[in-house]
Design a protein around this ligand. Structure first.
Ligand code: CU
Length: 273
């Protein structure tokens, strides 16, 4: 059974196996398929039209399934690998071990944002930006520049305390847990982390930065924590909502999985705590 661990607790060997599996997917071309899929959904999910991956109730189950696909791809390379999560409310500075050269590498240089160390630095030759929104072919970051602070634990708690999963109009204007976690409203958790990292992470091709998976694995864990805290609150809406994925409707691009199938993560993986 897959156990997703806090990235801060990974051994040197676990970090190396994760990085090597990610690089193997990149070499094979499979990695870029994930980047492409994410960007297609970012571009097509709209507040007033069909919305599936973002700015909608299915933000959480969509990313859960997307991460499951990626994790299974990693495991096809190395069956010992699980997705780690980054608790950005705890590991909140550029000195975190997450950003060390033996794991994801650090921030970009000031001139052009280019990441200069770690396994994903352009100079190492193993991490070309193939799916991109501009001409730049190298991984970029500017940690803590566009927004200074990552969310605090108190801010996370304030969102976990919200007792309603989502609310009409089920988009970026909604109140409720999902939209406050996604970040279009309120203290802004998930969106703010994308902006804090900067570079490709602040764009539709955000999975170009491997930290995407660790960020979303933590967002996914917060959904699980919310469910434990509010056992009587469920996914909504539960039927008949135009442009929105109801509980028992299938989700694109898979078309064979419903939010209802993804509510219980323990069918697929558990967390270290
Ligand atoms: Cu996202």
């Amino acid at each position: 059974m897959t156990v997703r661990k806090n990235q801060a607790a990974l051994t040197t060997d676990e970090k190396k196996r994760f990085v090597d599996a990610v690089l193997a997917l990149k070499r094979s071309g499979r990695y870029d398929d994930f980047v492409r899929t994410h960007n297609e959904f970012i571009m097509s999910d709209t507040d007033t039209g069909e919305r599936t991956g973002h700015r909608s109730p299915s933000f959480l189950p969509w990313h859960r399934r997307f991460l499951l696909d990626f994790e299974q791809a990693l495991q096809s390379v190395d069956s010992s690998v699980a997705l780690p999560y980054w608790d950005w409310s705890s590991d909140r500075t550029v000195r975190a071990s997450l950003w060390a050269p033996d794991f994801l590498g650090g921030t970009g240089r000031s001139t052009d944002g280019r990441v200069m160390d770690g396994p994903f630095a352009a100079a190492a030759g193993n991490w070309p930006m193939n799916v991109r929104v501009d001409g730049r072919t190298f991984l970029r970051r500017s940690l803590g520049t566009a927004v200074r602070e990552l969310p605090t634990r108190a801010e996370v708690e304030s969102v976990l305390s919200m007792s309603t999963y989502d609310m009409a109009p089920y988009n970026s204007a909604s109140d409720g847990f999902r939209n406050n976690l996604e970040g279009w409203r309120g203290v802004n958790l998930h969106n703010r982390v994308h902006v804090w990292v900067g570079g490709q992470m602040a764009t539709g091709v955000s999975p170009n930065d491997p930290v995407f998976w660790l960020h979303h694995a933590y967002v996914d864990k917060l959904w699980a924590e919310w469910q434990r805290r509010h056992p009587d609150a469920g996914y909504v809406p539960t039927g008949g909502t135009p442009d929105v994925v109801d509980l028992d409707e299938t989700m694109k691009p898979w078309d064979d999985v419903r939010p209802a199938d993804l509510l219980d993560h323990t069918k697929f993986y558990t967390f270290d705590s």
